[in-house]
Ligand binder design. Structure first.
Ligand SMILES: [Zn+2]
Length: 327
């Protein structure tokens, strides 16, 4: 059963918002587009695991997606964690195109694509390091120790996997997603003894969810951009054209003719992803490119969000969970 479902990562939502708001000719756009494409491919790869995870026995396996947990003075992030009464498995999803060589002697992964060779950090090493950190973290939970099995799951079925020259076969930790149900069945057969009671699994699940800390970076700072780099105005919720105009109480897109009552909400969502979680009337007017203070007030009030402060200093909290679906 899925305890923590997969949602679109905040980093991806922020990249999407940034690309909506950065002019086509901005010099940093190619790098941001490249980062976005990589991040999106990774997310799609993780999503493609869902089908194989759905084939696992529902009641025995507790699934957690995208957990980012504290360890000493930093955090570590696991794509998927499977918790059962007899073992835990960490799945590191990798969605690489091309030929992939696992070079354990040098702790690296080499990817060959279009005659270009690139080295990446070894995902096996990464998964093992996550196992050690999780082991350390679980000591806090006051539950009996249980085996933690890390797996590297290759989600791109067209990539060609190879061992390094010095090895005769691929490390057993590396599997393709289609083999996941079989692999988990094998692990179950090797670890039959129940170690955790139902209550202990519950306690562990609650604890993991409580410790989960999604990465929330200031994306303008990451790319050394400022608010002045961003396009202002309300964007079309269908085709993202910017700016769109208000006509007779409705937002109308000149590019695709979409009419919308609440397009400004999507643009304020961009503000919350790119700039901050609170906004004043003056800042909203500037970001949405609105002339009238009273119209802006009406729009901000329509969010029915909490606010603090009075008059010009009033700050509205931007919270969009009720509006946004998060596939
Ligand atoms: Zn449009």
């Amino acid at each position: 059963m899925i305890i923590k479902p997969r949602t679109k990562p905040l980093s991806l939502l922020k990249l999407e918002a940034l690309l909506r708001r950065l002019p086509q000719t901005h010099p940093k756009r190619p790098k941001i587009e490249e980062d976005f494409a990589k991040r999106l491919a990774g997310y799609k790869g993780e999503q493609s695991l869902d089908f194989y995870l759905s084939l696992l026995p529902e009641q025995d396996i507790h699934i957690f997606h995208d957990l980012r947990l504290p360890y000493k003075n930093h955090h570590f992030q696991m794509d998927t964690l499977l918790v059962t009464s007899s073992f835990i498995s960490i799945l590191e999803a990798k969605h690489f195109k091309g030929t992939i060589i696992f070079d354990q002697a040098f702790s690296q992964m080499i990817r060959i694509l279009d005659d270009k060779e690139e080295a990446y950090p070894d995902p096996i090493q990464q998964a093992k390091s996550h196992r050690n950190k999780l082991q350390g973290l679980l000591e806090r939970f006051n539950i009996p120790p249980l085996p933690i099995i890390p797996l590297v799951v290759i989600t791109n079925s067209y990539s060609l996997l190879k061992p390094s020259q010095s090895a005769s076969k691929l490390p057993s930790m590396v599997i393709r997603s289609s083999l996941l149900p079989e692999k988990i069945e094998d692990i179950k057969l090797k670890h039959k003894e129940d170690i955790l009671s139902k209550n202990e699994i519950k306690k562990l699940s609650k604890g993991l969810i409580k410790l989960n800390t999604p990465l929330d970076q200031d994306i303008l700072e990451v790319y050394r951009l400022s608010e002045q780099d961003l396009l202002s105005g309300v964007h079309c919720p269908s085709c993202f054209a910017l700016p769109i105009m208000k006509k007779r109480g409705k937002w109308v897109c000149p590019a695709c003719a979409t009419e919308s009552q609440d397009a400004h909400i999507f643009s304020l969502y961009d503000y919350s992803l790119l700039i901050g979680s609170t906004i004043t009337n003056q800042k909203a007017r500037k970001f949405l490119n609105l002339a009238s203070e009273s119209t802006t007030k009406k729009l901000l009030r329509s969010l029915q969000s909490p606010y603090s402060g009075i008059k010009k200093g009033r700050e509205y909290y931007l919270c969009f969970e009720k509006y946004m679906s998060n596939p």
